[in-house]
Design a protein around this ligand. Structure first.
Ligand code: UD1
Length: 316
């Protein structure tokens, strides 16, 4: 616990209030909640009129790559407008510290698989474009008014769960991402994992990603909030471990953690996937004094605790 009082605003389009109740149980602190859409400016104005904020962490956004390809307008509308309205309301209330959830997806295809913040952004799908456009908006905002302090955190692949097993990932429908899919196969909700390609030029032919435990990710946000950059500065940081794991390595680690079999079938590559990428986290290590402390095995143990205790997610 870092000693902050937390206020949450969410339209619940992809979540529920149950995790907030569980956070209250874990921390013994109340969490004030507003069920609003960030694009609703009068509603957000009302939140800022009632509360007294030191800073804002902006997590709100749609994040499924496939959906963003079929519904680009919905993605641009939700992700961009929510950020613009939020910044406008923050400015009116003189709250000018913002930490934004960006993504490794802003890098797209690069000459090297080791992504570093100095690389030019080159996203390859509408979801990635929304993150890159928001980063540009935030950089321009800092430039226009030096009293802002804005940090964009580029997440690599977040996995795992809170070690209590009380809070974890509960995707709607069929999971798009590897880790929740593996968890659901282990608990018996799905018959088998489909491995998207085993013919990549990697250690075992499957895709390699930089998986990061959600608790390390959360601590990266605290480090960003507490870091005191120059006013008017806009900064980006990679939040990753600096090394990658293959799909088969994740499956093996989860088998060990759960003691369950994870049946799988190899299918063709998923369109848009890259063979391998991982973070260069040295900027966050150096300037935020932050680095990952948890391993893939820790993430699998905590993920299994969550999934086995909550086989149907928060509805369990
Ligand atoms: C995906 C998004 C990325 C986003 C991130 C958020 C794509 C192309 N990219 O990253 O933009 O920021 O999620 O968490 O969707 N895999 C399987 N079987 C599955 C699912 C995945 O083999 O059922 C493989 C993939 O081919 C990949 C690895 O597992 O090699 C990780 O996939 P995933 O968890 O979807 O993450 P990314 O594709 O890296």
């Amino acid at each position: 616990m870092s000693g902050y009082s937390v206020v949450v605003a969410d339209n619940l389009c992809n979540s529920s209030v149950e995790p907030l109740r569980r956070i209250e149980k874990l921390t013994g602190q109340p969490v004030t909640f507003y069920n609003i859409d960030l694009r609703d400016e009068p509603a957000l104005e009302n939140v800022f009129a009632q509360e007294n904020f030191d800073g804002v962490i902006h997590f709100a956004g749609l994040k499924a790559v496939g959906d963003s390809v079929t519904n680009p307008l919905g993605y641009y509308d939700n992700n961009l407008l929510s950020t613009i309205v939020l910044c406008r309301v923050m400015a009116r209330h003189n709250v000018k510290q913002l930490v934004f959830s960006s993504s490794a997806t802003v890098y797209g295809i690069q000459a090297s698989p080791k992504y570093v913040e100095t690389m030019a952004m080159a996203p390859v799908n509408p979801y990635g474009h929304t993150k890159a456009m928001i980063e540009q908006i935030l950089a321009d905002l800092c430039m226009s008014d030096p009293t802002w302090r804005i940090t964009a955190l580029r997440y690599f692949n977040p996995i795992g769960a809170h070690p209590s097993g009380l809070i974890g990932e509960d995707p709607n429908g069929i999971p798009n991402n590897l880790f929740p899919f593996v968890m659901q196969v282990a608990v018996g909700k799905r018959p088998e994992l489909i491995v998207f390609g085993n013919d990549y030029d990697t250690v075992d032919g499957t895709g390699v990603r930089d998986y990061i435990h959600v608790v390390d990710l959360a601590l990266g946000h605290i480090a960003a909030l507490e870091h005191d950059p120059e006013p008017g500065s806009y900064a980006t940081y990679n939040l990753g471990s600096g090394s990658g794991s293959s799909v088969f390595e994740v499956v093996d680690a989860f088998k060990t953690a759960s003691g369950r079999d994870i049946p799988y079938k190899v299918a063709p590559r998923r369109s848009g996937d890259l063979a391998i990428y991982y973070a260069d986290p040295s900027k966050a290590n150096r300037l935020l004094n932050w680095k990952t402390a948890k391993t893939l095995a820790d993430a699998c143990a905590d993920g299994w605790k969550w999934q086995s205790q909550n086989p149907n997610g928060y509805a369990s």
